[in-house]
Design a protein around this ligand. Sequence first.
Ligand SMILES: Cc1cc2nc3c(=O)[nH]c(=O)nc-3n(C[C@H](O)[C@H](O)[C@H](O)COP(=O)(O)OP(=O)(O)OC[C@H]3O[C@@H](n4cnc5c(N)ncnc54)[C@H](O)[C@@H]3O)c2cc1C
Length: 499
Amino acid sequence: MPSSSPESIIDVALVGAGIHSATLGMLLRELDPRLSIRAFERLEDVALESSDAMNNAGTGHAANCELNYTPGKADGSVDPSKAFSINEQFETSLQFWTHLVSEGRLPSPASFMAPCPHMSFVRGGEDLAFLKARHGLLAAHHFFSGMEYSEDAGRIAGWAPLIMAGREGSERVAATWIGRGSDVDFGSLTRAFFTTLKDSGNFSLETGMEVRDLSRGSDGSWRLHTHRRASGERQELRARFVFLGAGGGALPLLLASRIPEAAGYGGFPVSGQWLVCSEPAIVARHEAKVYGKAALGAPPMSVPHLDTRVIGGKKSLLFGPYAGFSTRFLKEGSYWDLPGSIRPNNMFVMASAGLRNLGLTGYLIGQVLQSPADRLKALREYMPGARAEDWTLATAGQRVQIIKKDAERGGGKLEFGTEVVSSGDGSIAALLGASPGASTAVPAMIKLIEKCFGLRAKSPGWQARLHAIIPSYGQSLARDRELHTRVRSRSNEVLGLRD
Ligand SMILES: Cc1cc2nc3c(=O)[nH]c(=O)nc-3n(C[C@H](O)[C@H](O)[C@H](O)COP(=O)(O)OP(=O)(O)OC[C@H]3O[C@@H](n4cnc5c(N)ncnc54)[C@H](O)[C@@H]3O)c2cc1C
C-alpha cells in the first residue's frame, strides 16, 4: 500500500529533471510565480541523463554546420527550410537565457556556454557541389550572413589546423565557417535552472524518486504513483498538470497514461560513444565544431563531428558519435525498456517501422561491432594525424527516436525530430524524440504552454510576460531583419557570443 494518501494537489508536476523540465519550470515561474511546481527525478541528482555535458555534444544547434538540416533534393538543389526554422528556434532559446542572465536568475554565461565557430567539412566532388549550393542559399540570408566558404587547403587549415595536417594535397576538400557558434554545457544550465527554481519558492525537487505509473482521478486531476528507489517507499500525489520530461523514460509513462493521443507511439533507442582527447597540446590547436556528412545508411543524428568542448572551464576535444544499439531507453535504464514498451496499440506500428528500417538496424549493428582500429580510422578521416593513445572512449546518452503511425503509407515510420504529445484537455504532455534536442528546449516548451495552458497563455498578463522574456515572441526573425539585428546584438552582448 502507498505510504501516503494524495490529499493536497499541486499545479504542475515535472517528471524528470533534465533540460526540458527545467526549462518548462523556469518559463512557468516567469509567467506565474504563484504556481506550485514539483519535480521528480529517479536518479540522485538532476541532469545525469542526456542533458549531462558529456552525454551530448553540446552543440548550440543553429543549423550553422549540421548538413542534415539542409537535405539535398533529387534535382541536385538544397532545401534550406529546416535550417531557417532551427536557427530561429535557437535564437528563441538565446533570448530566454539572455533575459535570465540580465535579471540575475542565471549565473555568468561562461558557466554554461562558450563561443565556438561552427564549420561544415566535406570531401569529394559531389559533396563539394552540395556544400557550395548550401552556402549560396544560407549566406544570402541575414541569419547566416557571416558564413564563409572555401576550397582552399590553406584557408581551411587556418580555421581548423588539425583537420588539414597530414592530409594528401591532392584530396578535394571544402568547408564553411561561421564565427557565431556556441558550445553549450546543458548539464550546467539545467543545474542552474533548478537552483533558481528552488530559490523561487513554491517549488520542490524530489531526487531518487521514480514515477512508476499514472492514473486519472474522477475530478480530472492526475495521480502520480511514485517509488523512492533507495527505500522502496511508495507515494501517490495529485497534480492538475503533468509534464513527462523524462527523456527516454517519457514514452513508457505516456503509454501508461492511456490518453488516446498516445496510441500507436513507440520508441527506437540509439546509443552512442565518443572519443575524447584531453591532451592540452592537441586541444589547444582546435577551436571549432566541425560537422561532416553522415555515412550512407546512417541515421541523421550520427553525423560525425570533431568538437571543441568547454566543460567546467576545461577544454577538451570530442569526436563521434559512434552510434550503437541497446534496448535501454535511458543510459541508467533497463534492458527491458524496449520490449516492455510494446503494447497491443503500437505493436503493428513498431513492427512495420522495424521492417522498413532494416538498413538502419544493420548499420547500428555494424557500429556496435567496430574495433578500436575502425574507430581510429573514422577519426582519421577528420584528423589524419590522430594517434590512438591520445583518445579515450566514453559512453554518450541514449536517444529514443519516435516511432508513430505513417498517415500516408499506413503502418509505422521512424522519425528523428522531437514532438510534444498532449491530451486533448491539455492536462498532460510528453516530450518525445531527441533532435535538435536541448538547443530548442525553449521554443518547444513555449509551444507546450500554448497548447496545454490555452486560455491562460492567451491572457493579457501571460502574453505581456512572454513578450518581455522573448522580445521576438509572435514575430518572425526570418522576415524582420531589423528585429533580428536588435535581438542578436543583445544576446551577443549578454551571452558573450561572437558575430
Ligand atoms: C549522443 C547525443 C548527442 C546529443 N547532442 C546534442 C547537441 O549537440 N545539442 C543539443 O542541443 N542536443 C543534443 N542532444 C539531445 C539532448 O541531449 C536531449 O534532447 C536533451 O538533453 C533531452 O533533455 P530531457 O530533459 O528531455 O531528457 P534528459 O536529460 O534525459 O532528462 C530526463 C530525466 O528524466 C529522468 N527520468 C526518466 N524516467 C523517470 C521516471 N519514471 N521518474 C522520474 N524521473 C525519470 C531521467 O533520469 C533523466 O534525468 C544529444 C543527445 C545525445 C544522446
